[in-house]
Design a protein around this ligand. Structure first.
Ligand code: CU
Length: 156
């Protein structure tokens, strides 16, 4: 009993110090705003949006029709071969499909002269496409240039 009381006080101090430190840390980090356009019934789109929130992005999701999604993709310069389910806009770039958060952050740091990033289709195991059995397909994140050409930005 003599030893436990100081231990409890120390533990309490540690926990309150931690609680005080966490919000300060979170607010000191930039939280880039991203708009995600998706079908209201797309489960993997919503999972990807939630994954971005968990990774420090400020996400606003916009539900729309497939026809409107196709128009948004076409206007952004995302051709049918590059298309996935959702399309997102962040800081002047278009993000098509299940692109990992780290690649988006790298894009915003490097700021290449490009339309944005695309992961065509919906590779198994990409963010938002996690499978219950843990199955993953290897996939590439493509940098989409303004002339419509692409180059490999990252491999996963
Ligand atoms: Cu999807």
């Amino acid at each position: 009993m003599i030893l436990t009381r100081p231990l409890i006080i120390a533990a309490t101090l540690f926990v309150s110090a931690l609680a005080a430190a966490l919000p300060a840390h979170a607010s000191s980090e930039a939280s880039p705003a991203i708009e995600v356009w998706k079908s209201p019934t797309c489960g993997c789109c919503q999972k990807w949006a939630d994954y971005l929130t968990e990774n420090g992005f400020t996400v606003s999701t916009k539900n729309t029709t497939q026809g409107m999604l196709n128009r948004i993709k076409a206007q952004a310069g995302i051709g049918p071969k590059l298309a996935s389910c959702h399309t997102a806009q962040i800081d002047g770039y278009t993000i098509e499909g299940h692109v990992p958060a780290g690649d988006i952050k790298r894009l915003l740091e490097e700021r290449p002269d490009a339309i944005g990033l695309a992961v065509p289709d919906m590779p198994l195991g990409s963010p938002g496409m996690e499978q219950p059995d843990g199955k993953t397909d290897p996939y590439e994140v493509l940098l989409v240039k303004k002339d419509g050409s692409t180059e490999v930005f990252a491999q996963h």
